[in-house]
Design a protein. Structure first.
Length: 85
């Protein structure tokens, strides 16, 4: 099923698939994929969604750390400016 999943994702990125809509192509009765292939595609979609969610969580954490570090830098710069006076 690996080649089928690759084919599905290739079509998806070419904009030819209804993935992530209310009625994804892989789950419609007129699908070009068998039930087993559709199940493999669905598993790959779930895996991709999980990885995307993890990446978004890491991005949020990095943004929070950046904000914290920028605040700390500003504080240090202000303290340095006061000492220079």
């Amino acid at each position: 099923f690996v080649s089928t999943v690759k084919q599905f994702w290739t079509k998806t990125f070419q904009g030819k698939s209804g993935v992530f809509t209310n009625e994804p192509e892989a789950e419609t009765p007129h699908s070009e994929f068998t039930t087993e292939e559709s199940a493999a595609i669905l598993r790959s979609k779930n895996t991709a969604a999980r990885y995307l969610n993890e990446a978004l969580q890491k991005l949020d954490a990095a943004e929070e750390e950046k904000t914290s570090l920028n605040a700390r830098l500003k504080s240090i710069e202000e303290e340095a400016a006061r000492r220079m006076e």
